[in-house]
Design a protein around this ligand. Structure first.
Ligand code: ADP
Ligand code: MG
Length: 421
């Protein structure tokens, strides 16, 4: 079935065709009809399979219809998301699909001033995309009223219902009408969170697609065993061998993100980083540069692993393995989106082996191993531009200096001992 044949407004059909969306993806095919009927839906589908449009299309269609009939104003739909970047991205999707309708979508998130957000809210909007913290603040201050909300959507639902967010979400839910539609979307979910999701809805939830393999089929992923200290040489090699490609590399901490950027710069590779320690305007700037391809290597912590849809990211590198096994799925899912194909490789150091075991347990299968021959491993270290600085000589020099200091100290101690005598 094509979107042409759907019972949705002509304006929405036109926008979909403009976006190049001809037929629905599996999750869109299964989720759109029950959402249109007003049912509660828990939808689990792999990364990059079009979950955003799966909820945006039916919600926009319904609101356009009710707008034309001049119903009362007020926010009708709230979409909660975990990150600021995702809030912006989802708002863009609603605006693109909703172009030509009179439905207004707007987003609020933390890390920027409230003033302009409040001014826009006063103009009146229909759909609000928000991160929970800022939404909670604006609701508490009386700038946002949620009593007209008909649909609540939790994107990246398992994450939204997890420890960091559940408190805000519970508080916000008490402000919503009891009679409402609730939609949960994610690529991953566990039993505990599923139970929690069920407890938040009145009617039984329909489960749509539940993939056996949580990693999207468009992603070719493997693991490579690399010593912790050699990871930068392997990243350098991946980058230089894929010079025309956009590469997203994930690291464990903010500090490591900065260190990897510096290590890449030393070997003549331009890289930028995104992590929670950055100002919001820098984060937006970094995303813009990476999206446009101005800078081809982005080093990220898990902040941007969820939901972000950047076109033509062809390579994901897990420079460090993710400590949360499900984040493996979200990280490698930044490539191979829509109809694109992607490659993901994880650098596993000996000390990370237990984490790898956890991830494989979570995936219920082993990750393909990319064997590195001893000579090839050595060649990678030699291949590095850093080798030109002859790091082995540098280390030797450092060791020699160390020995000289030791010798000097010993001499001093000896002469002191002599004096005492
Ligand atoms: P998910 O939330 O499932 O990870 P997104 O909603 O971010 O995925 O969509 C992934 C990509 O697929 C986006 O770039 C989007 O434009 C594209 N896409 C979504 N639906 C369709 C469709 N029906 N036809 C073609 N491309 C689509
Ligand atoms: Mg998504």
């Amino acid at each position: 079935m094509k979107f042409e044949d759907y019972r949705i407004s002509d304006e929405i059909k036109k926008s979909l065709s403009k976006l190049g969306f001809k037929k629905p993806t599996d999750i869109q095919f299964k989720a759109i009809p029950p959402i249109m009927k007003g049912e509660d839906v828990l939808a689990i589908a792999q990364t990059g399979t079009g979950k955003t449009a799966a909820f945006a299309i039916p919600v926009l269609d319904r609101l356009q219809f009710s707008k034309n009939r001049k119903r009362g104003d007020g926010i009708k739909c709230v979409v909660m998301v975990p990150t600021r970047e995702l809030a912006l991205q989802i708002t863009t999707v609603f605006n693109e699909i909703g172009r030509g309708t009179r439905v207004q979508t707007f987003c609020v998130y933390g890390g920027v001033e409230q003033g302009p957000q409040i001014a826009k809210l006063e103009d009146g909007i229909d759909i609000l995309v928000a991160t929970p913290g800022r939404l909670f603040d604006l609701v508490s201050q009386g700038h946002i009223h949620l009593h007209r909300v008909e649909t609540l959507i939790l994107d990246e639902a398992d994450h939204m219902l997890d420890l960091g967010f559940i408190h805000d979400i519970r508080q916000l839910i008490t402000k919503l009408p009891r009679q409402r539609q609730t939609l949960f979307f994610s690529a991953t979910i566990n039993e505990k969170i599923k139970e929690l999701a069920y407890s938040l809805v009145n009617k039984p939830v329909r489960i749509q697609i539940s993939p056996k393999d949580p990693v999207a089929k468009n992603v070719d992923h493997s693991v490579m065993f690399v010593e912790m200290d050699d990871k930068r040489f392997f990243l350098e090699r991946v980058v230089k061998q894929n010079a025309d490609k956009k590469i997203l590399a994930f690291v464990r901490t903010k500090v490591r993100a900065e260190r990897v950027v510096a290590a890449m710069e030393r070997v003549g590779i331009e890289a930028i980083s995104i992590h929670g320690g950055k100002e919001q305007k820098d984060r937006i700037d970094v995303m813009r540069k990476f999206k446009s391809g101005e800078v081809k290597l982005l080093i990220a912590t898990d902040v941007s692993a969820r939901g972000i849809d950047i076109p033509q990211v062809e390579y994901v590198v897990n420079y460090d393995l993710p400590e949360q096994p499900e984040n493996y799925v979200h990280r490698v899912g930044r490539t191979g989106r829509g109809t694109e194909k992607g490659i993901a490789v994880s650098f596993c150091a000996p000390e990370e082996k237990p984490i790898l075991d956890e991830i494989q347990k979570y995936l219920t299968k082993d990750i393909k191993v990319m064997e590195v021959e001893k000579e090839d491993y050595e060649a990678t270290l030699d291949f590095s531009a850093a080798a030109k600085y002859d790091w082995k000589a540098l280390i030797k020099e450092a060791e020699e200096t160390d020995e000289k200091i030791k010798a000097a100290k010993a001499k001093k101690a000896k002469s002191k001992a002599k004096k005492k005598k």
